[in-house]
Design a protein around this ligand. Structure first.
Ligand code: NI
Ligand code: MN
Length: 230
């Protein structure tokens, strides 16, 4: 059995049953909701995955590369930034629609409708399209939507997703109404709301989201530090 630990905003840690430790979109130091700092990952981090380059998704990624030596999995341009500007070569570039079988499971990049600027010193010219992540590990399909608006394309994920992490914060991404429509398209078994309450601008009530979604899918509300076993 694997587990998923939410650390606030979109930051999600995944520990596979074999102990492989993955981290998605690290935003810890400047995240008022984060329950841990980068030191939490200093004992082991095998893979660092990024959906896109915005500050609230990569702020702690660049130092974590140096501190924990993970394999960076991201779009080609974000990987190019890590290689060419940061001098970090332990990388695996991918792009939208492509999947790859890693030792821990499969990763596929999905479309996300959002901005693609890369936050970081010397990042000019690495702007790219954002992504979502479809992970298949320990027999479970996990969709981390990244930052995105509602798209009909999400319907193509139906049948592949057991657990969907969907933004509900509104303003920058889907809000609760559109995220509930996304559930109808994706048809996951479990939905975990993300990307809300970090700042007043994206304050939301996850219980009203639950009321919109259940019983079509089970809504699991994780506060930073909470974990979900899959
Ligand atoms: Ni963003
Ligand atoms: Mn964001």
């Amino acid at each position: 059995m694997g587990k998923l630990i939410f650390h606030g905003q979109s930051c999600t840690e995944i520990v596979a049953s074999d102990g492989t430790r993955l981290l998605i979109d690290p935003f810890l130091t400047d995240n008022p909701q984060a329950d841990v700092g980068r030191e939490h990952f200093h004992d082991r981090l095998d893979y660092l995955l990024l959906t896109h380059g915005h500050y609230d998704h990569v702020a702690d990624a660049w130092p974590l590369l140096e501190e924990t030596d993970p394999t960076l999995i991201a779009s080609f341009e974000i990987v190019a930034y890590a290689q060419e500007v940061l001098g970090y070569d332990k990388t695996h570039p991918m792009h939208i629609g492509g999947g790859y079988d890693f030792p821990f499971g499969r990763v596929k990049l999905t479309p996300a409708l959002h901005g693609g600027q890369v936050a970081g010193k010397g990042s000019d010219g690495y702007t790219t399209v954002p992504a979502g992540l479809l992970l298949t590990l320990d027999g479970c399909g996990i969709y981390h939507a990244g930052d995105t608006g509602l798209t009909l394309d999400m319907g193509l994920l139906a049948g592949q997703v057991d657990v969907a992490l969907l933004p509900i914060g509104d303003n920058f991404t889907m809000g609760p109404v559109d995220a509930a429509l996304a559930v109808d398209l994706i048809k996951p078994r479990v939905v975990i709301p993300i990307h809300y309450d970090t700042w007043p601008l994206i304050a939301q009530d996850p219980e009203s989201f639950r009321a919109r979604v259940e019983p079509r899918a089970e809504v699991v509300v994780l506060r930073p530090g909470d974990e979900y076993e899959f």
